[in-house]
Design a protein around this ligand. Structure first.
Ligand SMILES: *Cc1c(COP(=O)(O)O)cnc(C)c1O
Length: 355
């Protein structure tokens, strides 16, 4: 008998989310970001399912793109980190990949490459200060690529605080971005999920959407309900016991029962990607009722106070995240973000696809 712990992936939810997100993008094309194994959802399965609905894909580096090409994905793939070596440009040419060039050394490789890549992206730094070329140099860089024979150029940048469109940081970035656009005759792309959902991508040619496609939310945003979580991390109760007032549960005895309690043990732990940092009170859905995690998360197990959950027995279904609790709610009490929880799913629990 296999353990019940499973990561269910609802591909139809991803499809619905794409349709919803496209609704607010006007003519802007949809680039599905499937880096990090599609944020833990399985890059090949997700890309195969969504390929007819999207205009292109994005991954972080070349190996991730090769995985998709090997699986038969034909739409363009943007390499967000660009080439890591001149060889990556050979691969880009052979596999029809779009490199995003963020540093002068990559421009130099591109200019020295045996042929002109037909479509390259140029990334400028408007204030994230992680990757990107100096906007002041943009005109000269673009000219060197045009002289080389590159026919299509897309300008990109990345917002550091897109979920706060009115913040000083975003305003500053938008202002630098608009200055760059004033002199730029080609395609442009600024926004990730948050920027797209907040309407900043409307005038762009491409929206680069990852998190929202998987149903990840922006805190307190009004239309969060229009997105559906694609990942449901589910298991079933492995054991049930009574503990008396004053008895503790788990490693270090760091939770003590304040009343006689019923404790359910679930066969899932940090070895599966559930966060070790989850504090007492982290929500877990037991048979439809949200109950508090109690005690330290172990490698293979965690414990939940099910005293108020009615009848709980071995085999009762438990959801770590999905509809309720949402992954963002679990992440918040754990002091992390839903992105991390999605991508740290370890692969130990099988993935099961639903359409
Ligand atoms: C990962 C990434 C995205 C997608 O971000 P989401 O918030 O998941 O939509 C977009 N652009 C760049 C440059 C990225 O690295």
């Amino acid at each position: 008998m296999p353990r019940d712990t499973t990561v269910f992936i609802d591909l139809a939810a991803i499809g619905d989310n794409i349709a919803t997100l496209k609704g607010s993008l006007d003519a802007c094309q949809f680039m599905a970001v499937v880096k990090a194994d599609a944020y833990g959802h399985g890059a090949v399965a997700v890309a195969q399912y969504v390929e007819p609905m999207v205009d292109a894909f994005a991954v972080a580096f070349t190996e991730e793109a090769i995985e998709l090409r090997t699986a038969g994905i034909r739409k363009p793939i943007l390499i967000l980190e660009g080439p890591h070596s001149p060889d990556d440009l050979v691969t880009a040419e052979e596999q029809d990949l779009w490199p995003a060039l963020h540093s002068q050394y990559q421009i130099d490789w591109c200019v020295a490459h045996r042929s002109a890549l037909p479509h390259v992206w140029i990334k400028i730094d408007t204030g994230m200060h992680r990757l990107g070329l100096d906007p002041q140099q943009l005109a000269a860089i673009a000219q060197s690529l045009v002289d080389k024979g590159c026919q299509k150029l897309t300008l990109m940048s990345h917002l550091a605080s897109a979920e706060f469109p009115d913040s000083a940081l975003t305003s500053q970035q938008l202002s630098l971005w608009r200055d760059a656009l004033a002199e730029w005759p080609h395609e442009v792309s600024l926004c990730n999920s948050a920027g797209s959902r907040l309407g900043l991508a409307r005038d762009d040619n491409w929206a680069r959407v990852g998190y929202a496609m998987y149903g990840g939310l922006i805190k307190d945003m009004a239309d969060n309900a229009s997105l559906k979580p694609a990942m449901r991390f589910e298991t079933a109760v492995l054991a049930v016991r009574q503990v008396k007032t004053g008895e503790s549960v788990g490693y270090g005895g760091q939770w003590t029962a304040q009343r006689d309690s019923v404790i359910a043990t679930l066969p899932v732990g940090y070895g599966d990607g559930y966060p070790w940092l989850a504090p007492n009170g982290t929500p877990v859905n037991i048979n439809g009722v949200v109950a508090p995690l109690v005690g330290r998360v172990s490698m293979d197990m965690l414990t939940v106070d099910v005293t108020d959950c009615g009848t709980v027995a071995v085999g009762t279904r438990a959801v770590l995240w999905g509809d309720d609790p949402a992954i963002d709610a679990v992440a918040e009490v754990c002091g992390t973000i839903g992105y991390e929880l999605m991508t740290r799913i370890t692969g130990r629990a099988p993935r099961c696809y639903e359409k």
